[in-house]
Design a protein around this ligand. Structure first.
Ligand SMILES: C[S@@+](CC[C@H](N)C(=O)[O-])C[C@H]1O[C@@H](n2cnc3c(N)ncnc32)[C@H](O)[C@@H]1O
Length: 265
């Protein structure tokens, strides 16, 4: 086991997370499963590779949990490699408010709960209601094996971000916003603007955003949009040296997150 694997997959790995870990064993098998599932979905007229929000929501909502897991396999594999590296030694050691945009069935949320301090509150957003049903059934653990507090909201991430009881998140209340398989696959330079504007509203000065690039939104365009919204890029992370897509960690200008200790709600 490499040192990064030892960090990402420690001996305390909770049983449910071992399912996520399986993807690491054989990337070729993950890719084959993904290709087969995507082909079968296309034959049923389900095409999720789009930047049209209605088409995206309808396509993901039409998938079974197994189909989603299959088409999201490479993303899940990448999440365990990029997110822990990006967040390691970056976050203040106190309970945080953490937002996961486009959480699917909760695979990325699961990585986030492992990487963030105990007592943190996690809020995960997803537009496809059936996927949230699966996400809610899962359990989420911190690195010490304790259960994490995760709430889910069914809404578009380009709208005002709200708590499950419909209260909007407070301005500058959020310590970390995460997205994987979202900006680079379902937004472009035009459609990403409302979501990024909302990040500018909710992320606290000194707080972080870890966002993905991809075929529909390049890393350069993402950096440019985030710069205009008041975020500085810190570093871009890829799952392996040849990966064409990655995630960039940004910090909101104007403060040090570690100095702040506000109530979240
Ligand atoms: C490729 S999946 C990634 C899921 C998860 N982040 C992960 O890494 O496992 C992208 C997810 O984003 C959701 N999504 C796409 N556009 C969205 C939007 N505008 N608002 C909310 N969710 C969205 C999709 O329904 C899908 O579940």
């Amino acid at each position: 086991m490499s040192s990064i694997d030892a960090f990402v997959f420690p001996a305390t790995l909770a049983p449910a997370e071992k399912v996520d870990r399986r993807g690491s064993a054989n990337l070729l098998a993950v890719c084959w499963r993904q290709w087969r599932a995507e082909w079968a979905l296309a034959r049923r007229g389900i095409r999720f590779r789009s930047t049209d929000p209605d088409a995206v929501a309808a396509a993901y909502a039409a998938m079974s949990e197994e189909e989603f897991e299959a088409i999201n396999g490479r993303q899940q594999w990448a999440n365990w490699r990029t997110i822990p590296r990006a967040l390691r030694n970056r976050l203040p050691n106190r309970p945080l408010l953490v937002v996961d945009l486009g959480c699917g069935v909760g695979s990325s949320t699961r990585v986030l709960t492992r990487c963030c301090p105990e007592g943190s509150v996690f809020l995960a957003f997803e537009c496809a209601r059936p996927l949230l049903t699966h996400a809610r059934r899962r359990r989420y653990f911190h690195s010490d094996g304790s259960l994490a507090r995760v709430s889910f909201v069914c809404q578009g991430v380009d709208e005002h971000l709200c708590w499950p009881d419909s209260r909007p998140l407070k301005d500058r209340s959020t310590d970390l916003v995460h997205a994987s398989g979202l900006f680079g696959h379902h937004f472009d330079v035009r459609t990403a603007v409302p979501a990024i504007r909302e990040l500018r509203r909710v992320v606290t000065p000194g707080g972080f955003a870890l966002l993905d690039d991809g075929p529909t939104l390049s890393a350069d365009d993402l950096r440019r949009l985030m710069h205009h919204a008041g975020f500085e890029p810190l570093e871009r992370y890829r799952s392996w040296f040849g990966a064409p897509v990655g995630q960039t960690l940004f910090r909101r200008r104007g403060g040090s997150s570690s100095r702040l200790n506000r109530p979240h709600v």
